[in-house]
Design a protein around this ligand. Structure first.
Ligand code: SF4
Ligand code: SF4
Ligand code: FES
Length: 366
């Protein structure tokens, strides 16, 4: 029996048997969630743990004693006494056939990992099941929208499998409803309002849809520019440098250059979400105009490059001049919302004790 070690965080609702093992579950858990918790490898495509389960792809099917047909485990709630099988010959055959149907009209299965966080999911499942995309070749659905002129998101619906993760993440996570599904069957199409380019929609270019797309149908245009750079892609866990929220990101580098950003799905502050700045505004790192040395403005308005000691002297002289001429409240301190406690404390001490003013704030509130 797999029982919960921590009985304090939720009522145990019952137990079920998965692949012969008795497992406790809590109220509201689905069969898929329990199977995942117990390290069963149940494949999924339309599932994103941050979103309401949708039950579109049927890859997560499992056998349930007493039920004739396999059920989608991501949308089936656990019930006391259930007997579940997650891996049988029939299930694996069923999943392989579904995968071949899903991929049958996709032109590109060899997706560049720079496309997005989840972009490899379909390809990985096809190799795991040794499935191919030729078996059900025929009619194709969806019109590609590669001409969308927005600078961030490639919209290549030739590779869309209608999992609707993009539409759901836009609505449920971003609260934006910038994209939706229109038509049915082979005419099914992901679209922005009135079929417009994304720039003419409610899209905030948060990139959530790109990062959840399991096929690369939506892809990161900026990151893909580095496809031809030599070398492997490295990921470095860091914190977004922009505001005080502190979103966790994985910085993608190639050939010693930052080429893209993946949101960290396990980031405690963001849980996979980012805004447009954190997602796409990384060009400053290698920009030729980026300041790497302090500059002092001269009498004629031009800037002169100096060493740090000289710059600090000049700043101190400037502050003193302002205080003498206009008084202590002419100085305001704005601290970085990302500064650690010690630095924030030192900053407020500096402003209050050195200048005698309480005009101190931080950028997280602006
Ligand atoms: S564009 Fe991607 S995420 Fe959206 S429905 Fe198609 S395959 Fe799914
Ligand atoms: S980038 Fe964000 S706001 Fe725009 S369509 Fe995608 S999820 Fe919606
Ligand atoms: S993952 Fe359950 S139906 Fe798609």
């Amino acid at each position: 029996m797999i029982a919960f070690k921590d009985k304090s965080s939720g009522t145990v609702a019952g137990s079920l048997t998965i692949d012969g093992e008795l497992i406790e579950f809590r109220d509201g858990e689905t069969i898929y969630q329990i199977a995942e918790r117990c390290r069963r490898e149940v494949p999924t495509l339309c599932y994103d743990e941050r979103l309401e389960a949708f039950g579109a792809c049927r890859l997560c099917v499992v056998e349930l004693e007493g039920i004739h047909n396999p059920v989608a485990s991501c949308t089936t709630m656990a019930d006391d006494g259930m007997v579940v099988k997650t891996k049988t010959e029939a299930l694996e055959k069923h999943r392989k056939t579904l995968l071949e149907m899903v991929a049958s009209e996709n032109s590109n299965l060899d997706v560049d990992p720079l496309s997005g966080y989840a972009s490899q999911e379909l390809g990985q499942l096809l190799s795991r099941y040794n499935a191919n995309n030729g078996r059900f070749a025929g009619n194709k659905s969806g019109d590609s929208n590669r001409d969308d002129k927005n600078p961030f998101i490639l919209r290549d619906y030739d590779n869309c499998i209608s999992c609707y993760r993009c539409v759901r993440v836009c609505a449920e996570q971003e609260g934006d409803h910038a994209i939706n599904v229109m038509n049915r069957g082979f005419n099914t199409q992901i679209t922005a309002e009135f079929g417009n380019d994304l720039r003419d929609s409610q899209c905030t270019f948060c990139g959530q849809c790109v990062q959840t797309c399991p096929t690369g149908a939506l892809a990161d245009k900026k990151a893909l520019r580095a496809s031809d750079l030599p070398g492997d892609i490295s990921k470095t866990r860091s914190i977004c440098p922009y505001c005080g929220v502190g979103c966790a990101v994985d910085i993608l580098t190639k050939d010693d250059r930052v080429v893209g950003i993946h949101p960290a799905m396990d980031g405690p502050a963001n849980e996979g979400a980012l805004c447009i700045k954190g997602q796409y505004a990384f060009d400053f790192v290698h920009h030729p105009d980026r300041l790497t040395k302090p500059l002092i403005r001269q009498a004629d308005g031009s800037f002169r490059e100096v060493e740090w000691d000289d710059a600090l002297q000049a700043a101190a002289a400037g502050f003193s001049k302002v205080r003498e001429k206009y008084g202590r409240h002419a100085v305001t301190g704005i601290a970085s919302g990302r500064a650690p406690h010690e630095a924030a404390y030192t900053m407020q001490k500096f402003i209050r004790a050195s200048f005698g003013t309480n005009y101190i704030d931080n950028c997280s509130r602006s």
